[in-house]
Design a protein around this ligand. Structure first.
Ligand code: NDP
Length: 449
């Protein structure tokens, strides 16, 4: 007799990947439940991409208001009120949390707002003690910020807490020089705080094209952000005046009212019980998966950041969709991890798709590189010296554009569109055959010779 289970699918983690998988599986007719120990929506919606982007928008007004004067506008009594921005952003987070919850509800997905752990190939235990069985289990618990071990790290915050600051800081120290560090350095700097980025190496945004990283460094330094390279934090202490004293390796100490640690994220698998199903964790606590997200235990799958492949929301969503369509919809899909566009919402932002110059040279040998180093019209008018930089990397043999790298205003918006051309395998000749849209920044993409 076939085994009977409480559910066809039990999803642990209601973030981007888990919610998509839950509702698609339910739409295919599966009996689905999901457990979430924090809030429905996960990192992206609750404490990541969405509130971060709103803070980026909010902080951009500093530049827009400055530029406004050049267009004849005068704004009297301009001032910034952090609690207003913070609370408006958090209200929007609440709105999306409700929308996600309603999506699950309308698809008949049962929700357990508590922690769940795996007890075997088909077993789950809720924090309340309830034991549940499911034919399939999907691990979609995401990742969590890593806090390096140093005295006083309990006085520091991570990207989890940064959206809730009671008071806008005057001086911020940020440890790390990756996505989160560079995005929050831009936000705090634009909103008027003094920012120091301290990094263990000399590299910012390691995976991006060198020329773009150099440009971002140059512009952000001119905007007043200080950098200390090869200079990890050794200790943080609270001073009698309430400020934090940050001791870094080999340099004088820094004073800050907020110390933000942004040193990567680790799969949130500690204590999740995956060993009970014979699943051995990989580096960084990740759940190793094969095709379609299956783990070494045939009934257990994993999607999103917990697999530590590509820690990006749209990738988690695609993986969740592919899992549900494959397992419950009879439509197995093999995802392509090629040409995934990405962006850093620094100020200015940068964005890229495909191979860097170095990667392309290694893969194809002969390549051609085209670049456009230009001063965007709006910067010229506003008297800002900042220049944009676009690069196209082309495989010399096939003429295919295999990488596009951009830094400048609206780079992520432009990049998303050009990523279609790169994914479709279009050639440099196709780019050149496209008439420029003038005047725009994006026209540089078809004008490079
Ligand atoms: P990143 O991996 O981007 O950067 C980590 C930074 O911390 C690097 O500068 C790294 O230095 C440094 N670092 C790592 N370990 C230590 C340590 N033990 N001590 C001191 N420094 C250390 O991580 P983030 O935390 O910024 O972001 C996490 C992930 O979230 C990203 O990888 C990305 O996938 C995702 N994300 C995506 C965003 C987007 O798409 N716009 C926005 C925000 C996050 P080094 O390089 O020298 O090793």
């Amino acid at each position: 007799m076939a085994a009977t289970y409480d559910y066809d699918l039990f999803v642990i983690g209601a973030g981007s990947g888990g919610v998509r998988a839950s509702r698609v599986a339910a739409a295919h007719g599966a009996r689905v439940a999901v457990a979430e120990e924090h809030r429905i929506g996960g990192t992206c919606v609750i404490r990541g991409c969405v509130p971060k982007k709103l803070l980026v928008y909010g902080s951009h007004f500093a530049e827009e208001l400055h530029d406004a004067a050049h267009y004849g506008w005068s704004v009297e009594g301009m001032r910034f009120d952090w609690p207003v921005l913070r609370d408006t952003v958090l209200r929007d987070v609440d709105r999306i949390n409700v929308a996600y919850t309603q999506t699950l509800e309308s698809h008949g997905v049962e929700r357990f707002l508590e922690r769940a752990v795996v007890t075997g190939a088909h077993g789950i235990r809720l924090a309340s003690g309830r034991e549940i069985s499911a034919k399939y289990i999907l691990i979609a618990v995401g990742a969590w910020p890593v806090m390096p071990d140093f005295p006083g790290n309990d006085l520091c915050i991570t990207s989890n807490e940064v959206f809730h600051l009671p008071k806008f800081p005057s001086r911020v120290v940020i440890q790390g020089a990756g996505y989160i560090a560079m995005e929050f350095a831009g936000i705090f700097n634009a909103l008027g705080a003094h920012v120091t980025v301290v990094s263990r190496s000399e590299t910012i945004l390691r995976s991006y094209e060198q020329a773009l990283r150099d440009r971002l460094l140059q512009i952000t330094m001119a905007r007043g952000i200080d950098y200390r390279f090869h200079c990890p934090i050794q200790q943080v202490e609270r001073q009698p005046d309430g400020m934090l004293c940050v001791t870094t390796e080999g340099r004088d100490s820094l004073t800050a009212d907020v110390v933000l640690i942004a040193t990567g994220r680790r799969a949130k698998t500690d204590g999740l019980g995956l060993d009970s199903a014979g699943i051995a964790l990989g580096p960084n606590g990740a759940v190793p998966v094969g095709d379609h997200g299956v783990t070494s235990c045939p009934g257990i799958y994993a999607v999103g950041d917990v697999t530590d492949r590509v820690q990006l929301t749209p990738v988690a969503i695609r993986e969740g969709q592919a899992f549900a369509d494959g397992v419950f919809g009879g439509k197995p899909v093999t995802l392509s991890y090629d040409c995934i566009p990405s962006a850093v919402f620094s100020q200015p932002p940068l964005a890229a798709v495909g191979l860097t110059e170095g990667q392309a040279r290694e893969k194809f040998g002969a390549i051609k590189v085209f670049s456009s180093d230009f001063r965007p019209m709006k910067n010229v008018f506003a008297g800002r010296a900042e220049r944009g930089l676009y690069k196209l990397v082309v495989d010399a043999a096939s003429d295919r554009v295999v990488g596009v790298h951009m830094i400048g205003p609206e780079a992520p918006e432009i990049l998303q569109a050009v990523a279609i051309a790169v994914k479709a395998g279009l050639t440099k000749a196709d780019f050149e055959a496209t008439v420029a849209l003038h005047p725009s920044m994006a026209e540089e993409l078809v004008l490079m010779r």
